[in-house]
Design a protein around this ligand. Structure first.
Ligand code: P6P
Length: 336
């Protein structure tokens, strides 16, 4: 049977589930087209002259890779003329990007990490694009969008997704009616529906964490990981495997595909960071996808989607994946 394309899927969602308005359908198709262009640039590697770093830093103080900036520009240019957005925000930009006056404005806000995992670009490891869609406040129609209009909890997201640029390029998406996956047909340049109902197994024996940060973790995380390392002889009664790709999109995609738990915990030191990952355009969209696939996502104590944001580039601790495993880690925090 002929597989559906992204457009066919979105039209059905618009027609049958009323989960998708015409504007959101146009928004997602536009982002998906931009991700195709990013996949093409990433795939060229050294042949495209886009590897390596610029001598600039982003708002996070991280050295920008050429592909970071190129991916950001691709997403901005693709989305600013369509009339579906009120404004955009990106990991690569200090403040919001308003829609130029020469274009019509819509009622949605688009947030993205244009190329997540960019430390992996030059070593040819999977990287990706993460995006989140919010509705602009109703009263914003007659005025300029402000940064505060973006500061909505993740449970207000209308849609979220990621593109992973690996052996296959895939687009994984939710509009609030479950999670679907599309594989890029590189000959036709089409996103083809290949994963109709992505669900995360509730149990897992695979954890993902950067062990070199152990000295900075809060005690409950140390106790949990030590119990995982104890394996079948320890209190968890089973052997665990470990993975860490250091590219959130790739680590989360593995969990969306076969289960697992991903952890980037907040720092226990009072002076330490409240986590490395950003709430608005990494943790929130990934948590929406994970919950829609039957998983769970917390910052150690609080459901990530219920966190009220205080800043556009706010960092947060992230523990997400197989529901029962995330709850297991939560019990260590309760005993703390
Ligand atoms: P570390 C990539 O830089 C990133 O933001 C995420 O994609 C990834 O999960 C994490 O940082 C990796 O961090 O400290 O292990 O390099």
């Amino acid at each position: 049977m002929k597989r559906k394309t992204l457009t066919q899927y979105l039209v059905e969602q618009q027609r049958m589930e009323q989960a998708v308005s015409a504007e959101v359908r146009l928004l997602i198709e536009t982002v998906a087209r931009a991700c195709k262009a990013i996949a093409h640039a990433v795939g060229k590697g050294a042949l495209g002259g886009v590897l390596g770093s610029l001598d600039s830093e982003n708002v996070q103080g991280e050295v920008q890779k050429k592909l970071d900036v190129l991916s950001n520009e691709i997403l901005l240019e693709a989305n600013e003329w369509g009339g579906h957005l009120a404004a955009m925000a990106s990991e690569e930009m200090e403040t919001l990007h308003r829609i130029p006056n020469r274009y019509p404005k819509g009622e949605y806000l688009l947030l993205f990490d244009p190329l997540d995992g960019s430390s992996n670009i030059d070593v040819n490891v999977s990287i990706g694009t993460i995006f989140s869609v919010l509705q602009a406040p109703a009263d914003a129609a007659g005025r300029d969008i402000e940064e505060s209009d973006f500061l909505q909890p993740g449970n207000k997201q209308v849609a979220a997704g990621y593109a992973v640029y690996g052996p296959q390029s895939m687009l994984v998406l939710t509009v609030g009616t479950g999670v679907v996956g599309f594989t890029l047909d590189r000959e036709m340049g089409t996103w083809v529906l290949t994963h109709e109902d992505m669900t995360i197994p509730e149990e897992t024996s695979e954890f993902a964490i950067n062990m070199s940060n152990m000295r900075h973790w809060e005690e409950p995380v140390k106790l949990y990981i030590n119990d995982c390392l104890a394996g079948s002889t320890g209190p968890l009664g089973k052997d665990y495997n470990m993975r860490w790709i250091a590219s959130m999109v790739a680590d989360v995609h593995r969990i969306m595909t076969r289960g697992g738990i991903f952890m980037y915990p907040r720092d226990a030191r009072p002076s330490g960071r409240k986590g490395k990952l950003r709430l608005m355009y990494e943790a929130n969209p990934m948590s929406f996808l994970v919950e829609q696939a039957g998983g769970a996502a917390t910052d150690g104590d609080t459901r990530i989607l219920d966190i009220n944001p205080e800043g556009l580039h706010q960092r947060v601790g992230v523990i997400l994946g197989s529901k029962n495993e995330v709850e297991r880690v939560g019990r260590y925090h309760l005993e703390d």
